[in-house]
Design a protein around this ligand. Structure first.
Ligand SMILES: CC(C)(COP(=O)(O)OP(=O)(O)OC[C@H]1O[C@@H](n2cnc3c(N)ncnc32)[C@H](O)[C@@H]1OP(=O)(O)O)[C@@H](O)C(=O)NCCC(=O)NCCS
Length: 313
């Protein structure tokens, strides 16, 4: 039985949703503020999303796949006997630092009934071909912990980043150093950001974070993005988002041109998030940057440790 891997089209949405949903054992619905078990059909699009993102429903997966395709990125599907049994999403973009021009694997999922038959490896091989064809320096991924042995086996065996997931308590006494020049819009295109360092979430490639930040889904839009902007004097670009179902906790996206200014930037942004009504802010930040930063001077919790793996091409 041969495995065929090809670029996906909108015709493949149902197959991709089936593969991604195959990993969910039980579905839940919210009734009178309580989570109760329910069938997939009983769930709203938003409730399906809450089980794993846009891939959980045909409606939102179509929007997502459309964005990938019109931005010339690479959603790939693997088929056996004409049935879609795996999906990989690959983003190609350049950034500063160890990844350079990287092909970043954002999603890799094999249908639960088809694992262990070489489907994952076939998708990785195709991603590798595309990465080489695009003159990339690296093929990279933020693996789930249980998938690390798989990625090492298929050649992504170099640790590009060690990352800590931190939640910072903004009730600490945080005062920005000096007055800063905020403007509340992002740079027009990726070109300016490409020359900066991605600070958070460092679990993805810089381009993946940038491009996905532009994509809006009606399910999430109203509740997610709170503020985006630049701190001109500190040469930083940031986005503060609301976390799903945790309205007073924010997630930070941050780039900077100058790593030496990182502590001033963090103070300015923590203060800004506090002004916006948040009491916590979460970041995925490189371990080395974290250890040297002012995060250690404020109350914070380490939620987890992660790695980004890469293969040098
Ligand atoms: C991880 C995953 C993508 C692997 O896909 P797969 O089709 O089952 O893997 P393959 O059959 O192509 O395996 C390729 C090789 O990796 C090995 N491998 C696969 N999963 C492994 C694991 N969890 N631990 C160690 N080795 C593993 C296989 O034994 C095989 O080795 P071989 O070529 O020497 O025989 C799949 O199990 C999956 O979808 N898991 C759930 C979702 C997930 O974790 N995705 C990754 C998120 S970052």
């Amino acid at each position: 039985m041969g495995i065929v891997v090809r670029k996906a089209s909108l015709d493949d949405v149902k197959g991709i949703v089936d593969v991604n949903c195959s990993g969910v054992v039980k579905w839940y619905k919210e009734v009178d503020g309580k989570r109760v078990e329910a069938s997939y059909e009983e769930l709203s699009v938003e409730e399906r999303w809450s089980h794993g993102g846009p891939w959980m429903s045909i409606e939102t997966c179509s929007i997502h796949l459309n964005y990938l395709l019109i931005n010339n990125q690479y959603p790939l599907v693997a088929e056996i006997d004409g049935r879609i049994v795996g999906e990989l999403e690959l983003y190609i973009g350049e950034e500063m630092g160890v990844l350079g021009k990287s092909a970043f694997i954002d999603i890799l999922w094999v249908h639960r009934n088809y694992r262990g038959r070489g489907v994952g490896r076939a998708l990785i091989n195709k991603a590798l071909q595309i990465a080489i064809g695009n003159n990339c320096d690296t093929l990279s991924v933020w693996p789930e912990e249980k998938a690390i042995p798989f990625y090492k086996k298929v050649g992504l065996d170099k640790i590009a980043f060690k990352i800590v997931h931190v939640v910072i308590d903004l009730s600490s006494h945080i005062i920005p150093i000096g007055d800063h020049q905020f403007i509340f819009e992002l740079p027009e295109g990726y070109d300016k950001v490409k020359k900066m360092y991605l600070i958070s979430p460092r679990i993805e490639s810089a381009y993946t974070v940038w491009i996905k930040n532009q994509w809006l889904y009606a399910v999430e839009e109203a509740r997610m993005k709170i503020e985006e902007g630049q701190i001109l004097d500190l040469e930083a670009v940031y986005v503060i988002e609301n976390l799903w179902r945790k309205r007073r906790e924010a997630r930070l996206i941050l780039w900077t041109l100058n790593l030496e200014k990182i502590n001033k930037i963090l103070k300015a942004i923590f203060y800004r998030a506090k002004q916006l009504g948040f009491n916590k802010i979460q970041m995925y930040i490189e371990d080395e940057v974290y250890r040297e930063s002012i995060i250690n001077e404020v109350n914070h919790e380490i939620k987890g440790k992660h790695v980004v793996l890469a293969k040098t091409l």
